[in-house]
Design a binder for this molecule. Structure first.
Ligand code: SAM
Length: 172
């Protein structure tokens, strides 16, 4: 099952955003740190970061071709390499679209010290919604936490957004 690029291009056109979730995530980022925003969309997170953060994004769609801050990449095909380890990795609304979540989290553990990651846990969403949104995986909260822990992330705190979606605030 490949990534549905046309769907994401359309989201870009209508400037669909998830501001509430992004604001909540930004709250946990300290100033003067490096941030990798995975599935960054239109880089909305950048507007809410504290002072002196260095921002990098990854997305399958690139807003502007000349934008050096965003690496264009299909994460179901490739995992970009970095020379540095980021202070924070943020994943807002991306994990649901990843085919191999274990490989993805393992990858995050090699490039980040802290991860702030949203997830629509299986017990909170019915199968019809999963089909509607074309989600590619379906873990329970405890299965998802176990995966994070397997790759060295400790869940320090959890937030809830949009009524039932989780945000896990994790460190190594
Ligand atoms: C639900 S949106 C979230 C955007 C933003 N993080 C936010 O919270 O507003 C999911 C984002 O992930 C990107 N995306 C989806 N599948 C991807 C893939 N396989 N590789 C890289 N980016 C992908 C989409 O283009 C889109 O920008």
């Amino acid at each position: 099952m490949s990534t549905n690029i046309e769907r994401w291009k359309n989201d870009f056109k209508i400037k669909k955003s998830y501001t509430e979730r992004i604001k909540l995530i930004a709250k946990y980022i300290k100033e003067n740190t490096t941030v990798l925003d995975v599935g960054c969309g239109q880089k909305e997170l950048k507007d809410f970061l504290p002072a002196k953060c260095k921002y990098t994004g990854i997305d399958i769609i690139k807003t502007f071709n000349a934008d050096r801050e965003v690496i264009k990449c299909d994460l179901n095909e490739k995992q970009p390499k970095f020379n540095n380890v980021f202070d924070y990795i943020t994943c807002s609304g991306i994990v649901e679209y990843i085919e191999d979540v274990e490989k993805f989290i393992k990858y995050l553990s090699t490039i980040g010290k802290n991860v702030i990651i949203s997830y629509a846990c299986k017990e909170n969403y019915n199968i019809n919604l999963q089909e509607k949104y074309l989600w590619k995986n379906r873990f329970t909260r405890s299965e998802f936490i176990k995966l994070l822990e397997k790759y060295g992330f400790k869940v320090n705190h959890e937030e809830v957004v949009y009524g039932k979606q989780k945000i896990f605030i994790c460190s190594k």
